[in-house]
Design a protein around this ligand. Structure first.
Ligand code: LRY
Length: 224
């Protein structure tokens, strides 16, 4: 079965610990990934070459990989260079995701997309708008994700939950639709599927223990 068919109808667990927190270590990321697969994840999203190298030998589900970098003069963070895309493919990424918004970053968006495809991986476009997805699909991206909706100047203030309208807008474009971003409960994941997603990626609600704990801690504190 090809990679997209393996992901279709499934959950992707994004194993990205809180930056510089106690769980931000390759062996812990690899353990989270194996636990997620044991729980039924059809795929994984992994950040960083070291974390990918630590995880790849232990799982055989498709891995969507990214490198995040803080740039001095751009808010774009996700796979901002051709070199990062190539390093991820070399470390075993099946799919490389990149920031598909038109915002400037180190290397041009379309050159990063072309490098992913030339390297033999599938490309996942992390989009904020329908226009981002259209441009990505025209350039050969296999997957369009709603990942960046709510995280750009144009889309900020999108609310708490997932961008179901953007999922619906992607449905007719012809690519594989990944719902991603602020999907914090199984019910929201189901809603994203019903809105037309081919698969759903969940991160913080599964693998950022500080965030999940904080939600419970607040609820308990404010209960009475
Ligand atoms: C906007 C951005 O940088 N998103 C990142 C992309 O990799 C991650 O920080 C998110 O955790 C991931 O997209 C999953 O989303 P959520 O954690 O909401 O389930």
């Amino acid at each position: 079965m090809n990679l997209l068919e393996r992901l279709r109808g499934g959950l992707v667990a994004s194993c990205q610990p809180v930056d510089d927190g106690p769980m931000d270590r390759p062996e812990i990321v690899a353990a989270m990934a194996q636990a997620a697969v044991a729980g039924g994840a059809a795929g994984l999203r992994i950040e960083g070459v070291e974390n990918l190298r630590a995880t790849r030998p232990h799982v055989d589900v498709p891995i969507i990989a990214i490198v995040k970098r803080d740039l001095p003069d751009s808010p774009v963070r996700i796979t901002t260079t051709i070199a990062d895309a190539r390093a991820l493919i070399e470390a075993g990424a099946d799919i490389v995701a990149y920031d598909a918004t038109p915002r400037p970053r180190t290397d041009a968006r379309d050159d990063i997309l072309a490098a992913i495809i030339a390297g033999g991986a599938l490309a996942m476009a992390d989009c904020a708008t329908r226009a981002d997805a259209e441009a990505a699909l025209a350039g050969g991206a296999a997957i369009v994700g709603t990942t960046l909706s709510g995280y750009t100047a144009e889309t900020e203030g999108k609310g708490d939950g997932p961008d179901l309208d953007l999922i619906r807008a992607f449905r007719d474009l012809g690519g594989f639709v990944m719902a991603e971003g602020r999907i914090d409960t199984p019910e929201l994941a189901a809603q994203a599927m019903r809105a037309g997603a081919d698969a759903v990626t969940v991160g913080s609600a599964l693998t950022r223990l500080e965030i999940v704990t904080g939600r419970f801690a607040h609820a308990v504190r404010d209960a009475k």
